[in-house]
Write a protein that binds this ligand. Structure first.
Ligand SMILES: Cc1ncc(COP(=O)(O)O)c(C=O)c1O
Ligand SMILES: N[C@@H](CCCC[NH3+])C(=O)O
Length: 433
């Protein structure tokens, strides 16, 4: 296992955004979620620049399910990109943060009537229609409100990327979107084109998450262009926007060799240009929806080491003060992570240990083989690349409060989500007596 390239100060403490992580732990407590804001800005910039360099008209829409808080939506607002939301709660948070509604796309395979009303009232940029029930429901809402809106159709393109089964979404057997091969997508486009209250801006597909190859995206680009050409010929309709979703893989451990946004985008752009020329179409506007690749690498979970259990000649468990409540991914997807000792960053590594959480589950193991120095109670461990689907999937299991979240940048730290208190845990409970 290689040591990741991280920076330490003279005391050997891990620095994030120029801030000493030991001081962060002292000030805000642990477990603590820390985001290096410059790293988020850099990734957003990399997506924008590569799309621009390829001469594409484009939109980058941050898939906010990866990490959705007021501060993150404010950062998105600053950078000028769009965002996706997948629930009334994410939409509410984005609007609270001041994100202009026209920069919001509303996704979801079972949006409720109330959520659709909320989206129409807020005048979100686009609602991505996922199924026939939703077409009907949105139509009813628009008629009642005497309103119109922009929509896209989410298609299931029949492309299966190499990733964990739970995070594949583009295969035919999926709960998301209108199936292309069986003709559902054709039926959907005809229905929507016949509804004057809906303006169909384009088509969308998302093949899955944590993808390392370009091939799935090239296939998808070809497929969407083919559908566009087919619909032009059969329905006299040409989508202005082709939205390829997100799914760009990141590095959790040495095993992962992610491609840069530039490499993904160069291949996607080349595929688009070749195919539109072949099918006699104008180059469409291209939208991408990266989530994990924007926030994942920028996030770090800090924990304090507590108990240790050594089983002679077998193995050792080192337990920290968080676990599956702040990072469910190892238990849910068998996801691997890498950790460092944040208060002795450069100390020599010893035999790997199981880095265990504090939750009442045998499966609450954050890292199966954690390569750390000899750690003792009170030491600080940083798990790397926790920024996507960590805090956003956090729970109060075992009635543990969710951690605080801190943004660090240019040597400054700012708490952007307060640590939950015990009082927060019982705030919604009602007495039965
Ligand atoms: C429609 C859609 N767009 C974008 C994303 C973001 O994916 P990722 O975080 O892998 O970039 C997802 C989640 O997989 C999704 O379902
Ligand atoms: N939650 C998943 C990704 C979900 C993608 C949602 N479409 C993960 O942690 O990898």
């Amino acid at each position: 296992m290689q040591k990741p390239a991280l920076t330490a100060n003279a005391a050997g403490h891990l620095l994030l955004g120029g801030v000493d992580t030991v001081e962060l732990a002292q000030t805000y407590g642990t477990p603590l979620v820390v985001y290096d804001v410059a790293a988020i800005r850099q990734q957003i910039q990399a997506f924008k620049e590569s799309l621009q360099a390829n001469g594409l008209r484009y939109q980058v829409s941050y898939a906010s399910k990866a990490f959705a808080t007021v501060a993150m939506y404010q950062l998105v607002t600053q950078t000028g990109i769009h965002t996706d939301v997948v629930s009334g709660g994410e939409l509410y948070t984005a609007l609270q943060a001041g994100l202009p509604a026209e920069r919001i796309s509303f996704h979801g395979n079972n949006k409720s009537r109330a959520e659709l009303e909320q989206a129409v009232d807020a005048q979100v940029g686009v609602i991505i229609l996922d199924n026939f029930y939703e077409i009907e429901l949105l139509h009813t809402v628009l008629l009642e409100k005497n309103a119109t809106c922009w929509v896209m159709l989410r298609l299931t393109p029949g492309i299966t990327p190499h990733t964990h089964q739970y995070i594949q979404t583009g295969q035919v057997d999926s709960k998301f979107g209108f199936d292309v091969d069986s003709g559902q997508a054709d039926q959907a486009v005809q229905q929507v084109l016949a509804i004057p209250q809906m303006h169909l801006i384009g088509i969308h597909a998302h093949i899955g998450s944590q993808i390392f190859g370009v091939q799935g995206f090239e296939l998808l680009a070809n497929k969407l262009v083919d559908i566009a050409a087919d619909w032009r010929d059969r329905f006299d309709y040409v989508p202005e926007v082709l939205n390829l979703g997100g799914g760009f893989g990141i590095r959790y451990t040495d095993v992962d060799q992610p491609l840069s946004p530039a490499t993904f985008i160069d291949h996607i752009a080349a595929a688009f240009k070749k195919r539109v020329a072949l099918r006699g179409l104008a180059l469409p506007e291209v939208w991408l929806e990266p989530g994990r690749s924007i926030v994942g690498p920028a996030g770090y979970n800090l924990y304090t080491v507590g108990s240790r259990k050594d089983i002679p000649e077998l193995t050792s468990y080192v337990a920290v003060d968080g676990g599956m409540g702040d990072n469910i991914r190892p238990a849910l997807y068998q996801a691997d992570y890498q950790a460092v000792c944040a208060n002795h960053l450069n100390a020599p590594l010893v035999a790997p240990v199981h880095l265990a959480g504090k939750y009442c589950e045998s499966g609450d193991i954050l890292i199966d083989q954690a390569h750390l120095p000899a750690v003792a109670p009170g030491d600080l461990v940083a798990v790397l690349a926790t920024g996507a689907y960590g805090y956003s999937m956090a729970s109060n299991y075992n009635r543990n409060p969710r951690p605080a979240v801190v943004f660090v940048e240019n040597g400054q730290a700012k708490c952007v989500v307060a640590r939950e208190s015990y009082a927060d845990l019982t705030r919604l409970d009602q007495s039965y007596l």
